[in-house]
Ligand binder design. Structure first.
Ligand SMILES: *Cc1c(COP(=O)(O)O)cnc(C)c1O
Length: 387
């Protein structure tokens, strides 16, 4: 179906930070399939795991136990909320799960406790529940009526948040770092107030780390930068390193499901979970996340230098870890900019706020960053020139 403005290229294979089209042209991939290929393309350990698991057991119903699922649940839980885990196949499905957890939690308190708050400019997915939490009217307008009971506050604005809170709020969904809207960070004070309000009004705090989780920001999970723990943590994108899988981790308070409340045929199948275990093992290796931080600092520093060099073309540079946004002046379209990057051999991802996102694989090296910056400089020299 006609659902994407596709770029004019057919990709064939990849390796590490590079990807090739069917004619053999090589590109530097600073999009990672939108923060999915955390270990780059065809990471040898991930390929080995998937081959091995495919020869053993591809799928098994959730009526039964499998070892990869248990192992991944333990790894996720131990390294985050010490809670229970539910596996799904995508980010949006993980958000749907979190919404149901919040709704059920609310119902156990009182009948009208079903309101869910989320931030303006947020992105939580495309299915009806997740879409209702998503703010962007461009994603919502054509599909109304949405699910009832969703309201939005302004990110980092305590007054706007307080104005929406009441005893009827059962949950708040927030991206600690907004991705699709153009890389906007929540600030620590705001998150602390949010945590306090959730406790005061007995609402669950849900962090959507589908994009900013799994090592992307230099910590395993973005919330670990802020000393604010959610009740429910939602991850997907990078978790399988390219294999589709999502997960919801719920602390004891949010562990409300009973048999029959929720389910997923494919969720947490052994192939997906074995991929997840392999990704987790790599991220947890000594020094891995410290390297992400260092590479992120390098990327951020060079992007800020570009900003100084082209103040007439770049509006702002924002980011953390290996998650950066370059907001362009309104005369330069982020889509056209991304297209020109592609022409010059670099993949970047357009986002909201006329921003292009740089989300390189977490295994990126300094030389790749230098190369990407060179291409960006060439593109910046070319775009926005008066004819
Ligand atoms: C991508 C994304 C989603 C939706 O994930 P899908 O796998 O595309 O359904 C949800 N939340 C955030 C923050 C995302 O970046």
């Amino acid at each position: 179906m006609n659902t994407y403005h596709k770029f004019d290229v057919v990709f064939d294979h990849g390796r590490g930070v590079f990807i090739w089209d069917k004619d053999g042209r090589m590109f530097l991939d600073f999009g990672s399939g939108v923060a999915v290929n955390a270990l780059g393309h065809c990471h040898p350990e991930l390929v080995k795991t998937i081959k091995k698991q495919a020869e053993k057991l591809l799928h098994c119903s959730n009526l039964y136990w499998t070892e990869p699922q248990i192992e991944l649940a333990e790894m996720l839980s131990k390294n985050s909320l010490n809670g229970k885990v539910f596996f799904v196949n995508s980010g949006t499905e993980a958000i749907e799960t979190a919404i149901k957890i919040a709704r059920k939690y609310g119902k156990t308190k009182h009948e009208n406790k079903y309101r869910i708050l989320s931030a303006m400019n947020s992105f939580h997915g495309r299915t009806m529940g997740a879409l209702s939490a998503t703010w962007q009217t461009k994603y919502q307008e054509k599909f109304k009526p949405l699910v009832e009971g969703f309201e939005h506050f302004q990110l980092n604005d305590v007054k706007s948040l307080e104005a929406k809170f009441s005893e009827d709020v059962c949950g708040v969904i927030l991206e600690p770092v907004q991705g699709e809207s153009g890389i906007f960070l929540a600030d620590e004070e705001f998150l602390k107030t949010l945590r306090k309000l959730c406790d005061e009004y007995d609402a669950l705090l849900i962090f959507d780390e589908v994009q900013c989780g799994m090592g992307r920001t230099g910590k395993l999970f973005a919330y670990q930068h802020f000393n604010v723990e959610p009740d429910v943590l939602v991850v997907a994108k990078g978790l399988g390193g390219g294999f589709p899988i999502g997960a919801v981790i719920a602390n004891e308070k949010a562990d409300v499901f009973e048999p029959g409340d929720h389910g997923s045929t494919f969720g947490g199948n052994p192939l997906a979970c074995s991929a997840g275990v392999t990704v987790m093992k790599q991220l947890l290796k000594d020094g891995f996340l410290q390297r992400v931080t260092r590479m992120g600092e390098q990327l951020g520093k060079l992007l800020c230098e570009l900003w100084k060099e082209f103040p007439d073309k770049i509006e702002q540079v924002r980011g953390i870890g290996l998650m950066w946004g370059v907001q362009l002046i309104k005369e330069i379209s982020a889509n056209e900019f991304a297209k020109e990057c592609l022409n010059q051999g670099l993949l970047v991802v357009p986002a909201g706020s006329n921003t292009v996102r740089l989300l390189p694989p977490l295994i990126v090296q300094k030389k790749h960053i230098t190369q990407a910056i060179e291409i960006l400089r060439n593109v910046l020299m070319k775009v926005g020139k008066k004819a």
